[in-house]
Design a protein around this ligand. Structure first.
Ligand code: GEK
Length: 247
């Protein structure tokens, strides 16, 4: 299962013992190894990216906007662009980490997607309009809990009647026992992908106050409160899930 990637882009950020673990930030160092980091850390990441393209193909309508909020290197945007092809849609990729967005722009050029609009901004400050597809692929989890509902409401307000929100999140289990099991399985997955126990524990400490997972139930409740009438869970592997939510 390990992924013998190019040594220069291999994620080794937490490989050495650090005296002090700072909170995780999406800086240049992370951007340089992000592809390797997310592939070896999120079970099913490649499948989710592929399926976002399939969902976009089903829901994208001509003349509408497709948003990738917290796009990182733009993998979901590329997947949508590939599937939506000649349809007259605008792809909009947003991230507040300049280092990520610069790499995303290179990625779009390499994939012949020169028309993607990139916006370096906090996703809370971007107005969602005329949207047939909105993607939050492992991004909402980085917002403070009290900021999540208003973002979902503004996405709901900007979605067309037949539009969809694709929301992927790291979750916590419904009770302590399930949570412990999911975490244990996730760590086993990371170990199988070549991360050491030291890397796993230091990364976990750095994310402690930055990535705030919630239960599936909490997500369903908030999505309903934001005005989504239908929420379906279409992917789960361990503590990683993805929902498709409709107005
Ligand atoms: C993928 N979707 O590969 N505003 C804008 N961007 C933000 C904010 C914010 N408030 N908070 C976090 N980000 C991607 C993976 S990574 C997930 C998403 C992970 C950005 C942050 O800069 C980073 O690029 C991204 O959200 C989260 O499909 O690293 O676990």
């Amino acid at each position: 299962m390990s992924n013998p990637s190019n040594p220069s882009t291999r994620d080794r950020i937490y490989a050495h013992r650090q005296d002090r673990i700072d909170s995780f930030v999406f800086d240049q160092r992370v951007a340089a190894v992000f592809q390797d980091m997310i592939s070896r850390s999120v079970p099913g990441y490649a499948s989710i990216i592929g399926m976002i393209g399939i969902l976009a193909r089903k829901h994208a309508v001509a003349g509408s906007n497709l948003y990738d909020l917290g796009c990182s290197l733009g993998a979901a945007t590329v997947s949508m662009g590939r599937e939506v092809g000649q349809r007259d849609c605008r792809l909009i990729a947003v991230d507040n980490a300049r280092a990520m967005l610069e790499k995303a722009e290179e990625h779009f050029a390499r994939h012949q997607l020169p028309d993607v609009q990139t916006i370096c901004s906090d996703i809370r400050d971007v107005e969602i309009v005329n949207a047939s597809v909105v993607v939050l692929n492992f991004t909402l989890q980085f917002l403070a809990l009290e900021e999540r509902l208003s973002l979902l409401k503004s996405i709901r307000a900007g979605l067309l009647d037949d539009g969809v929100l694709i929301l992927s999140e790291k979750i916590s289990g419904a009770d302590a026992e399930e949570d412990a099991l999911l975490i244990e399985l996730h760590h086993a997955f990371k170990r199988a992908n070549g991360y050491s126990d030291l890397e796993i524990s230091q990364k976990r400490a750095s994310l402690e106050e930055v990535l705030l997972p919630e239960t599936i139930e909490a997500h369903r409740k908030r999505l309903a409160e934001a005005g989504f009438s239908r929420v379906d869970l279409w992917f789960q592997c361990f503590n990683f899930v993805s929902f498709v939510a409709r107005p």
